[in-house]
Write a protein that binds this ligand. Structure first.
Ligand SMILES: Nc1ncnc2c1ncn2[C@@H]1O[C@H](COP(=O)(O)OP(=O)(O)O)[C@@H](O)[C@H]1O
Ligand SMILES: [Mg+2]
Length: 302
């Protein structure tokens, strides 16, 4: 398998307005935190800058790349992510999941269609944003196009998004970070996207050092991982198991089997490709420990 790390410089690529959301301000494209861009081969990408805090570039770019690679090992459909530079600034490219004529319908819109009382404007601790509500909202929606039996419905695949989140400590599964694709009047779940908020991307190096050296417990760090978007702020592993259980025995065993098949060597080989100016040795050690631990928590109970 690939895991190739190659940074694309997009300075000469063609910036294009987002066809879904025409620009309303005079702000030139590219000065924002993200913009759509066409590669020379005409494929379309969303470029997102990695954020800089206190002079330090946080790791959303390499994390989004790594999560896509890890998800691919599980057959969890995710948008392809490529590390990139724009004007010398670090970022990540997310390959559009849309073909011409497709339209993205976000989770909040699907939830509001299924539940008239659903407040699609409340992204944090939305009391009506529950696994059961998503199950209802995805009724009649097909799985992403590259899924195999027993993964037949959108919810069968959506459950794997939550398993992925629990594995990589992804805390950003709010109702606009998943969607359906509408094509010729039919709906199917879109591959998962927006994975930069994971793997402790925001932790400063001093903290990373402590976690790598077992000066601080990775288990304690991991157990604090909750989703602040779902109504009752569930722990990520609990959330994943709720979704897998609701998907049914066959689908749950299929996804857990995929995770069980991943070896520590597989995990290390993904992280080994991230260069040291993006990810320190301690940073790598911490993430290997974290992925190993979360895998055990998902497979064998928390
Ligand atoms: N690969 C993709 N294909 C199509 N649309 C996408 C893709 N990635 C993101 N989007 C759209 O762009 C929006 C913002 O992108 P996202 O990755 O969620 O970044 P942010 O960190 O700004 O939330 C998403 O909510 C979705 O509507
Ligand atoms: Mg998002």
């Amino acid at each position: 398998m690939g895991h190739v790390w190659r940074v694309e410089a997009v300075d000469d690529w063609t910036m294009t307005p987002d066809s879904d959301q025409p620009r309303t301000t005079d702000e030139p494209l590219g000065t924002k935190e993200k913009f759509w861009v066409n590669a020379p081969d005409e494929s379309r990408y969303l470029f997102k800058y990695a954020r800089v805090r206190h002079g330090r570039t946080m790791g959303e770019d390499w994390v989004e790349w790594a999560v896509h690679e890890l998800a691919t090992m599980l057959s969890v459909p995710t948008a392809t992510a490529i590390p990139a530079l724009h004007g010398g600034r670090r970022g990540v490219l997310s390959l559009s999941v849309l073909a011409p004529g497709d339209r993205l319908i976000h989770g909040n819109e699907l939830l509001a269609r299924a539940d008239p009382e659903y407040d699609s404007q409340v992204a944090r601790q939305n009391p009506r944003y529950t696994v059961e509500a998503v199950h209802n909202a995805l009724r009649g929606v097909a799985a992403p196009s590259d899924c195999q039996p027993p993964v037949l419905t959108a919810f069968d695949a959506w459950a794997s998004f939550l398993m992925l989140d629990a594995w990589v400590a992804g805390r950003d599964r709010h109702h606009e970070n998943w969607a359906a694709i509408e094509h010729a009047g039919k709906l199917r779940l879109a591959p998962s996207f927006d994975h930069g908020n994971a793997l402790g991307f925001q932790e400063p190096e001093s903290k990373v050092q402590a976690l790598a050296e077992a000066g601080e417990s990775v288990a304690r760090w991991a157990r604090r991982g909750r989703s602040h978007h779902f109504g009752d702020k569930p722990g990520l592993v609990h959330l994943a198991s709720t979704a897998l259980n609701l998907a049914g025995d066959e689908v749950r065993e299929y996804w857990l089997g995929k995770l069980a098949d991943v070896t520590n060597h597989d995990i290390e080989s993904v992280l080994a490709n991230v260069p040291s100016d993006y990810l320190s040795e301690a940073g790598r050690t911490f993430r290997v420990k974290l992925l190993h631990l979360n895998r055990e928590r998902i497979l064998h109970g928390d």
